[in-house]
Ligand binder design. Structure first.
Ligand SMILES: [Ca+2]
Length: 326
């Protein structure tokens, strides 16, 4: 995903594309955190260093740019050593852009970043890396915190240039569908609300080239190790026996012949639930079908799971789940 900040850059992209109807790249607004560069030491930030086994320091060797940066050192107690900042409330359906520069003292440290309760995890390397993600906030929330945590025992993570900014994104077909039970079904907010899983070497990301509508779509790929790669999103409410859902998605294979399935699946062993298996072609295909909820799944919380099986790459966009009966 390529991001464009307000002013400069975006106009050039429109002119280069030569078309006024090109979908709009994410438009990043004003940063909501103060002192994200830690030049004012820990001003504006709170931490849990007084209750957890670890330290929160601002040090010259933790700086990527400027004079100072943040060092989060975790011991063995608790979940993680955390810094946070309370920011202005969001409204339902808003997207935020998250930016940070991160480096691990040893490399391989796990870093958890969240905004208003929507989070993700990244791994630090021994060199500075840019973490840049979109998060999607489905509803109102009582949690207004922006948080960064080092969750790896006996390790130190350096952090600099932290920003959380409200972001305008394009609306795809799945977003415009009034009864869609999926949030961010057109992947305009990156993988916001979706969890990616692979049992082997699978990858999941969003890109402009994978769009069917809007500005972005999902790319799922698997290498020679096979197995599977999936994205999953929980339905907002438990399902009832006798209900019928229509599930649909737009899918295009890199070569054609890739094996994909769309399932409504329970979120625990034995992973039961109705599925629509299909084979991708090299052109966009509208996969659509109805699935019925049977008695054993009554009152269970299901998720939509879209999976790729076997080596290959598929593009996916506009995932829609609608309850059609009763
Ligand atoms: Ca899209």
């Amino acid at each position: 995903m390529v991001f464009h900040r307000k002013g400069g850059g975006w106009l050039a992209l429109v002119l280069a594309a030569g078309c006024g109807e090109e979908p709009q790249a994410p438009q990043i607004g004003t940063n909501q955190v103060t002192n994200g560069s830690f030049e004012l030491k820990l001003s504006g930030w709170w931490s849990n260093a007084d209750v957890e086994d670890g330290t929160v320091e601002v040090l010259p060797e933790a700086a990527d740019t400027g004079a100072l940066g943040l060092a989060l050192t975790k011991g063995t107690g608790g979940w993680g050593i955390v810094v946070g900042q309370d920011t202005a409330p969001h409204t339902a359906g808003q997207t935020y852009h998250v930016h940070a520069r991160i480096r691990g003292k040893a490399g391989g440290e796990r870093v958890s970043i969240s905004f208003h309760g929507q989070g993700f995890e990244v791994e630090a390397g021994k060199q500075w890396r840019t973490v840049e993600r979109l998060v999607y906030l489905p509803g109102d929330s009582k949690d207004f915190s922006a948080m960064i945590a080092n969750t790896t025992d006996h390790s130190t993570v350096y952090v600099d240039d932290v920003a959380f900014a409200p972001t305008q994104v394009a609306q795809g077909e799945a977003d415009k569908h009034r009864d869609n039970l999926m949030h961010n079904g057109s992947f305009e907010s990156g993988l916001g609300m979706w969890s990616f899983w692979s049992g082997s070497d699978g990858q999941g990301s969003t890109s402009f080239d994978a769009r069917h509508s809007g500005y972005a779509g999902l790319v799922l790929s698997l290498g020679g190790e096979g197995g599977g790669a999936s994205v999953k999103q929980a339905l907002p409410e438990p399902v009832r026996a006798g209900e019928v859902y229509r599930v649909e998605a737009r899918v295009r294979g890199a070569l054609g012949g890739e094996t994909v399935s769309l399932c409504l699946q329970i979120n625990e062993e034995p992973w039961d639930g109705p599925c629509l298996p299909f084979t991708a072609t090299s052109k966009w295909t509208h996969v659509s079908g109805k699935v019925a909820i049977e008695e054993p799944l009554d009152d269970q919380r299901l998720g939509l799971v879209l999976s790729l099986f076997g080596e290959g790459t598929v593009q996916v966009d506009d995932v829609i789940v609608v309850r059609v009966n009763p």
